[in-house]
Design a protein around this ligand. Structure first.
Ligand SMILES: [Zn+2]
Length: 217
């Protein structure tokens, strides 16, 4: 019976619904911040939201990040790319836990960590717009691939703010290559509306999956 005993990694993968199509990389998706508590209906992350729209509604970044990760995973599955949502929860899983989970996976196969965010500037509605790609070490070419696809797909839709070297926790402490994508500013009223649209979410999914397809070559 020893043969059929599930190993620890197996239970871990099951918990995180890894599609095992055996692509070159396992793509680890991180929907930055928390989501909505299904019982209280409350957004659990301090800040990380837009100012109020005229009708009182608010964009919650963690909620939008989850919508994008869901769309990315669906498109990855269609393209037979192995992927996992490293959070898979409405809770704001601490960064250390996200990284520990990712590093555990990265010890078993080649992985790429992709953290999905939108950006903000100042108080109230402000002007900055655009996309940026963040990496801890710019020596790796992986960030360039994501930047290329995002800047191409979002050309004429928002500003290209380039690729930046950033000392973010999830970039510094992951043992696999990692990128953090700031896609749009939810502190800009017009861009905030766009970020919530289905077209924007599909463009994000397409940009990320097209990047991964290049990395698979
Ligand atoms: Zn964020």
């Amino acid at each position: 019976m020893l043969f059929f005993r599930p190993v620890r990694f197996f239970t871990f993968s099951r918990r995180f619904f890894i599609q095992n199509n055996m692509s070159k990389y396992l793509y680890i998706l991180d929907p930055g911040h928390g989501g909505i508590n299904p019982e209280s209906g409350r957004y659990m992350t301090a800040g990380k939201r837009s100012p109020s729209f005229d009708d009182g509604s608010i964009l919650f970044e963690g909620v939008e990040n989850r919508r994008k990760v869901k769309a990315i995973i669906q498109l990855m599955n269609e393209n037979k790319l192995d992927c996992v949502d490293i959070v898979n929860d409405w809770r704001d899983v601490p960064l250390r836990n996200r990284v520990n989970r990712a590093n555990k996976l990265a010890s078993t196969r080649k992985c790429i960590y992709i953290s999905i965010h939108s950006n903000a500037f100042g108080n109230g509605w402000t002007r900055p717009t655009g996309i940026s790609v963040h990496q801890f070490n710019l020596n790796s070419q992986i960030g360039n691939v994501f930047h290329q696809e995002l800047s191409c797909n979002f050309d004429g839709i928002t500003t290209d703010r380039g690729i930046k070297e950033s000392d973010f926790y999830v970039l510094r402490h992951t043992t696999c290559p990692a990128v953090l994508l700031e896609i749009g500013f939810h502190s800009n009223k017009e861009e905030s509306k766009k970020i919530m649209s289905g077209e924007w979410i599909q463009l994000v999914a397409k940009s990320v999956v097209d990047s991964c397809k290049i990395l698979e070559l």
